[in-house]
Each structure stands twice: as structure tokens, then as C-alpha cells.
Design a protein around this ligand. Structure first.
Ligand SMILES: Nc1ncnc2c1ncn2[C@@H]1O[C@H](COP(=O)(O)OP(=O)(O)O)[C@@H](O)[C@H]1O
Ligand SMILES: [Mg+2]
Length: 397
């Protein structure tokens, strides 16, 4: 069928033509916004899940909901080894602008600038060149102590105060939250704790890999009470069918029941795969409705695209020793239940398969954890962050 009208959107952070199966999360967020705006106590929200389940696009949808509620919003993506100061100040700057209280906001903008300028650059000359892009002078004596925890509490208190005066709220969205530096995580927890006690209308909405709750609670023991954890998972059959059928019907096309069943078998309901297989099936189908045969004919092409765009791009980031470790993980997982590449495997079993000591493998394992290719949700076990990664490794890499 006409590739120009193909509605599907495989790709990290690509807005899907139909955001299927997330009504519960969207509705719950509307309640949070309303409660916080009324000064009711609410926990900040953390979305967790494997790569490709749709955390980023859900985060963006929640941000749109906050904007519709006339909140000030800002977003940042955490990166390993990067301090929170600059990206957070940029996000808060945006949020304050969105609140739309020019004049009243100068003092707060001055605090944001002071917070940003305190970022300790490794080389002093970088500091002079970097500019937070805020045209008011930096204030002194607020959020500029250099102690991230003190500064963050002061900063978020000021921003929350401005939002309260505006009769609105501020929501800060943090993607890939597991990549924040440990001291930034800890300061952020402390600041959220403080803000929630003072009833200010400011919330943090985070998204990250499945071990993010463990990262947060290792940092501050009270984090379990601070955040509401929501696991974002693959779509059930009904939601996956909607993700495929609704966009098609908007283009006057559709799928056979058999085609939908075949697609669910191939994608297991993982949103990234739903978009990838849906897109290829559309292109190879000679006419609507798309049939199970079309799905089967297109499948190798979808697999090839995933091998490059979804799996390969991650696999390439691993060194030879790390790749060996990944393949051993896949082999151990396959011994389990054949298709267990979402299941965690014991690190000891990986070491045994490679005939090495666990200690000698820890550099490779730690590097893979840091690169976000694997995660450890429970002690002594590791799992792939990418669904079907084990199958990919055993099939082709
Ligand atoms: N609820 C959904 N319904 C249909 N497609 C979705 C849904 N959520 C995500 N997608 C699609 O899945 C892919 C991955 O989404 P993304 O948000 O980048 O995942 P993550 O951030 O969890 O890695 C994108 O192509 C997106 O369009
Ligand atoms: Mg993402």
C-alpha cells in the first residue's frame, strides 16, 4: 500500500500514531495534577520498563497533559557522567517561562542562573564560555552554595513558590533517570521530600530502566514513599490491536484478524516491535485489508531493520569482551525456558558458562551496566534491558 501514507512510527521517542493501552497512566496523572494544584499531598511519579516499551513517548504525553492544565513544564534527559545542574536549570527555565508570569519571575530566574553557574566545570575556561541564556542577573546567597542538596532544595522551593503564586504547578520530566549521578539522585530525593512536605505544587516525573527504583532506594531509604512507581510494559493483545488498527482505519485501511494474530505473535506486544512490523506489513501489502501472508512476507525486512536500528546500535557500543559476556548471558537464558530473554540470569551461571571467575568478569559486567545494556534488579542476577536481545544475539550477532 502507499508508503507515503504509512502511519507507523518505529524509532526511539517517535510519537506513535495511536498511544494504545496507556489510559490508566494518563488518567492517574490528571488526578495527580489536580490534587497537587489544590495543595494535596502527592508522590512524584517514576515510570520504569525495558527499552522500547514506550516510556519516553508516555513521558511526552504526560508533559502535554501538564501543559494543557496550564502548568509550567520542562524536560531533560540524564546522561552518564553529566551533572544535573545545567540540564535542570534549562528545564526549569522553560517551566518558568511557560508559567507566563513575566516580572514576577525575575527573582526565581536569578536563582536558576545562580544554580546553573555553580556547575563545577572540569576546566575553568569552559565556565566562561557557557551561558545559561537567562537575561536577569544571578542572585547570590540562594541555590549557589555548591552543595547540590542544599542548592536543589532552595531552587525547587523558589520555583514551587512561584508556581503556587501563579495558582498553577510545575512538572519536571527526567528521562533516563537511572543515569543521574549518585549525588544528584540523592539531592533530588531530598528536594522532592522537602517540597512534598511544604505542599508546594511541584512534581518530578521520571522514566528509566527497571532497576531505577533500586537506584533510588539505595540513595535514600525513604524514596519508596516519595515516588509512585509505575511499570510500563508490553501491550496486551487488545491494546496492540488498537495500536495497529486505529492508525490504519484513519487511512481507510485495516488488518485481517489473522494478520493481527500473526503480528502479536511476532511482536509479543512490545510497542517498538508493533511499530516496526506494522510499518513493513503496510508497505508489502498489495491492498487492504492487510493479511497474515503480508505480515509473514514482510517479517524478514522488519527483523533486518530492528537488527540495525534497535539491536545493532546497542550491540555496537559493547567491546569484544562485553559482547562475549552478552552472548554468554543469551546462552544461559536460552537454557532456561528457550525464549527467556527477558528473564534475569544468575551472574554465577554466566561465569560458569565462560569458565571464568565472577570477579574476572566484573569489569565487563560493570561496563555493560553503565552502558545500559543490562540491569540488575535483584542481587546476583542480571537481565537484558532490550527485549528479545538474547534471541537477536543467538540468531545473528
Ligand atoms: N502505547 C503505545 N502504543 C503504540 N506505540 C507505542 C506506544 N508506546 C510507544 N510506542 C512506540 O514504541 C517505540 C518506542 O517508544 P519509546 O518511548 O522510545 O520507548 P522507550 O523510551 O521505553 O525506550 C516508538 O516507535 C513509539 O512510537
Ligand atoms: Mg526512552
Amino acid at each position: 500500500m502507499d508508503p507515503i501514507r504509512n502511519p507507523y512510527a518505529p524509532g526511539a521517542g517517535q510519537r506513535p500514531p495511536e498511544l494504545a493501552g496507556r489510559d490508566a497512566e494518563l488518567d492517574a496523572f490528571d488526578v495527580v495534577l489536580e490534587r497537587v494544584a489544590r495543595g494535596r499531598p502527592e508522590r512524584s511519579i517514576v515510570l520504569t520498563g525495558l527499552r522500547g516499551v514506550g516510556k519516553t513517548v508516555l513521558l511526552n504525553a504526560l508533559r502535554s497533559a501538564a501543559v494543557r492544565a496550564r502548568w509550567g513544564t520542562g524536560k531533560l534527559e540524564a546522561r552518564p557522567d553529566q551533572s544535573l545542574r545545567r540540564p535542570l536549570s534549562a528545564a526549569l527555565h522553560t517551566a518558568v517561562r511557560e508559567l507566563g508570569r513575566p516580572g514576577d519571575s525575575d527573582a526565581v530566574l536569578g536563582t536558576i542562573k545562580a544554580f546553573a553557574l555553580r556547575a563545577a566545570p572540569p576546566k575553568a575556561n569552559l565556565r566562561d564560555r557557557w551561558n545559561p541564556g537567562i537575561d536577569v542577573p544571578a542572585t547570590t546567597g540562594r541555590a549557589d552554595s555548591g552543595d547540590i542538596e542544599i542548592d536543589l532544595v532552595e531552587l525547587l522551593t523558589d520555583v514551587g513558590g512561584l508556581a503556587a503564586d501563579a495558582g498553577s504547578g510545575v512538572a519536571i520530566f527526567i528521562d533516563e533517570m537511572q543515569d543521574l549521578e549518585p549525588e544528584d539522585i540523592s539531592a533530588l530525593c531530598a528536594a522532592c521530600h522537602e517540597i512534598s512536605q511544604s505542599g508546594l505544587p511541584l512534581i518530578v516525573v521520571g522514566a528509566g530502566l527497571p532497576h531505577l527504583p533500586a537506584v533510588l532506594s539505595a540513595s535514600k531509604s525513604y524514596s519508596e514513599r516519595l515516588f509512585r512507581y509505575t511499570r510500563i510494559d508490553r501491550l496486551d493483545r487488545a491494546a496492540a490491536d488498537l495500536a495497529l488498527s486505529v492508525p490504519a482505519s484513519e487511512e481507510g485501511a485495516g488488518f485481517d484478524d489473522d494478520a493481527l494474530a500473526a503480528l502479536y505473535e511476532l511482536t509479543a506486544g512490545y510497542p517498538y516491535f508493533v511499530q516496526a512490523y506494522g510499518k513493513v506489513a503496510w508497505d508489502v501489502a498489495p491492498r487492504s485489508p492487510i493479511s497474515a501472508d503480508d505480515v509473514r512476507v514482510g517479517a524478514p525486512e522488519a527483523e533486518a531493520e530492528l537488527a540495525v536500528g534497535f539491536f545493532g546500535s546497542r550491540y555496537e557500543r559493547a567491546t569484544p569482551a562485553e559482547r562475549e559476556y552478552l552472548r554468554a548471558m543469551a546462552d544461559v537464558a536460552a537454557e532456561g525456558d528457550g525464549d527467556g530473554d527477558v528473564e534475569a540470569v544468575p551472574t554465577a551461571a554466566v561465569a560458569k558458562l565462560l569458565d571464568r571467575t565472577p570477579q574476572s568478569l566484573s569489569p565487563a559486567r560493570d561496563a555493560l551496566l553503565k552502558k545500559g545494556l543490562i540491569y540488575s534488579g535483584e542481587r546476583g542476577k542480571i537481565a537484558f534491558t532490550v527485549p528479545h536481545f538474547g534471541r537477536y544475539l543467538r540468531g545473528s550477532a
